[in-house]
Design a protein around this ligand. Structure first.
Ligand code: NAG
Ligand code: NAG
Ligand code: NAG
Length: 350
């Protein structure tokens, strides 16, 4: 049995002593994308128009033979106009939109003062506010201070203990209501926090390597409390004596760089779509640049498949499988951000 990252709360009883070898096959297939060949697990990307169900890669348990399936999401928006898209979302034809109006590939919203049912129907920066006397709901400008829910707040802000607060801006050790307000996207005991990995009583750095058969101890950063103890996890390399304590890599201090890149205050969308940290939505709604989107996508997928990423077991097929890009270079992003900031200063934007 080979077991992988995250979903930490199922399958705790699994032994990691029987880790299996993972191997990328030579070419794309229409047959099995995951195939248990007894001595190893053969992984193949699917041919165009087909996808491999990926859930096995981020769950614990045994590997199951999995066949490439036709990608039904590839059917275009233009063919299935169901009126489900709200303000600012990308559309093809007007019937795609809840407002029944698609202008320059974006759904129109309804204007300030119009009657509404949901926040997502209003223009960006507005929400569907109920008049406490009449019970009538109309699109109204966002609140700047007090709130009872995220969508009442400005774009990129949420409701933290009754006040609007920008997502991913609260530093470690400060109090918050939810993880999303923390620079680390993680809180413990009501305070922003992070996780440090230890094995054999020593703090792990670098790739978080550990010996199979020993435990990893995960401690909170602020008060050094035990968050979880879990066996060293396999790397997908046959006979490898080593594995990784990467279970909470996305809650490390380093990961906060990634969340800080997702701070935003503009959007072409409204309601949920302008009060989330989902990078796919943020990119579609113009809240983050393409560079930030690429960076976010690369980082989160590396954290999700941490052991496969650091062990390089699947480097030759992880990208076509849509798992992660082993060659994405973070310095490209840092450089792009530096250049943008530099020119903004020169032009006097800040
Ligand atoms: C998975 O597929 C391989 C090759 O077709 C086959 O030999 C093996 O028995 C299959 N395993 C299961 C559990 O069906
Ligand atoms: C638009 O959304 C509202 C709910 O938010 C719904 O009641 C209405 O039927 C939708 N209109 C269209 C054209 O789908
Ligand atoms: C932040 O953490 C939550 C779980 O608490 C997760 O659902 C969300 O996707 C994370 N945000 C990002 C940007 O990865």
């Amino acid at each position: 049995m080979f077991y992988l990252l995250f979903i930490a709360h199922i399958a705790k009883g699994l032994e990691s002593s029987s880790c299996k070898l993972l191997e990328c096959s030579k070419g794309p297939t229409q047959g099995n994308c995951i195939e248990d060949q007894g001595d190893k697990i053969l992984i193949s990307p699917c041919i165009d128009g087909y996808i491999c169900e990926k859930s096995q890669f981020d769950e614990f348990g045994t590997w199951k033979n999995t066949t490439c399936e036709q990608d039904i999401t590839a059917t275009t928006l233009c063919k299935v106009p169901d009126g489900s898209l709200y303000t600012g979302r990308k559309c093809c034809v007007s019937p795609n939109c809840n407002s029944t109006q698609c202008t320059n590939d974006r759904c129109e919203g309804i204007s300030e003062g119009s009657e509404c049912i949901d926040d997502e129907q209003c223009y960006p920066g507005y929400y569907c506010k109920e008049n406490s006397d009449s019970g009538i709901k109309i699109c109204s400008a966002a609140e700047t201070e007090m709130c009872s829910r995220d969508n009442q707040c400005p774009i990129g802000y949420g409701c933290n203990n009754g006040y609007c607060m920008q997502f991913h801006t609260v530093e470690v050790a400060r109090f918050v209501e939810r993880d999303i307000f923390c620079t680390t996207n993680f809180s413990y005991g009501g305070r922003c926090d992070y996780i440090r990995a230890f094995s054999k009583n020593a703090e792990l750095t670098g790739d978080l390597g550990c010996d199979i058969g020993v435990n990893c101890e995960y401690l909170t950063g602020v008060e050094s409390l035990i968050y979880e103890t879990f066996p060293c996890l396999c790397a997908g390399i046959s006979g490898a004596k080593g594995g990784y304590c990467g279970l909470y890599a996305e809650k490390s201090m380093e990961a906060s760089n990634y969340f800080k890149a997702l701070v935003y205050d503009t959007s072409s969308c409204s309601g949920y779509y302008s009060h989330t940290d989902d990078y796919e939505i943020l990119y579609e709604c113009g809240s983050i640049t393409y560079e930030t989107y690429e960076y976010a996508k690369s980082m989160i997928s590396r954290y999700n498949y941490y052991n496969l990423y650091v062990s390089h077991a699947l480097d030759h097929c992880s990208r076509p499988l849509g798992l992660f890009d082993p060659w994405y270079d973070q310095t490209t992003f840092s450089y792009a951000m530096y250049v943008t900031t530099y020119f903004a200063i020169v032009l006097g934007v800040y």
